[in-house]
Design a protein around this ligand. Structure first.
Ligand SMILES: Nc1ncnc2c1ncn2[C@@H]1O[C@H](COP(=O)(O)OP(=O)(O)OP(=O)(O)O)[C@@H](O)[C@H]1O
Length: 162
């Protein structure tokens, strides 16, 4: 079970909005207060990403099997890849006594909000504009053109939701 009265901080916002940068600063500044819930994903690791630290990198079959076994608190398809938060990821942080921080998309937030008694605190990171988001994503140079377009489409929906 995920502890119900432990604090959970859910950070959401479009890809490229700066969530990861903000979270890095938060963890650097308050290493004893906040712990990151390491998500699972089927997307390929980027340069410098470490398995088990930034994400647990899995195949689609592995991840689907774990979802079917009921091991996930929420899961989502984002830009043709699966992402999800395992119960274990949250429990590991809770065991350390820290506030558990989730960096998830809108689909994940909707599911987390439905988990009874979890009462997460939500933060939405809004980019200045879609145009600025496009500039940032291009500068980051981490996506193919198709992927970048897909991310910008989802971004508009997330901005409307946030
Ligand atoms: N467990 C999860 N459930 C749902 N969405 C998730 C989960 N883990 C990550 N995501 C979301 O998937 C999206 C893509 O993440 P990814 O790491 O591929 O791209 P990113 O652009 O580096 O993300 P970020 O905006 O955090 O820098 C992000 O919006 C992220 O918050």
């Amino acid at each position: 079970m995920v502890r119900q009265n432990s604090r959970l901080l859910v950070v959401c916002g479009p890809s490229g909005s700066g969530k990861s940068t903000l979270l890095r600063k938060l963890f650097d500044e308050y290493p004893d207060k906040f712990g990151f819930s390491v998500s699972h994903t089927t997307r390929s690791p980027r340069r410098f990403e470490v398995d088990g630290q930034h994400y647990h990198f899995n195949t689609k079959d592995q991840m689907q099997a774990a979802i079917d076994r009921g091991e996930f608190l929420e899961h989502a398809i984002f830009s043709n890849n699966m992402y999800g938060t395992s119960l274990k990821a949250v429990q590991d942080v809770q065991k350390s006594g820290k506030i558990c921080v989730l960096d998830i998309d809108m689909q994940g937030v909707i599911q987390i909000k439905k988990v009874a008694n979890l009462k997460p605190v939500g933060v939405f990171v809004k980019p200045p504009s879609i145009g600025e988001l496009e500039i940032r994503l291009r500068r980051r140079n981490s996506e193919s053109e198709d992927n970048l377009r897909a991310r910008l489409n989802v971004a508009q929906q997330e901005i409307n939701y946030g």
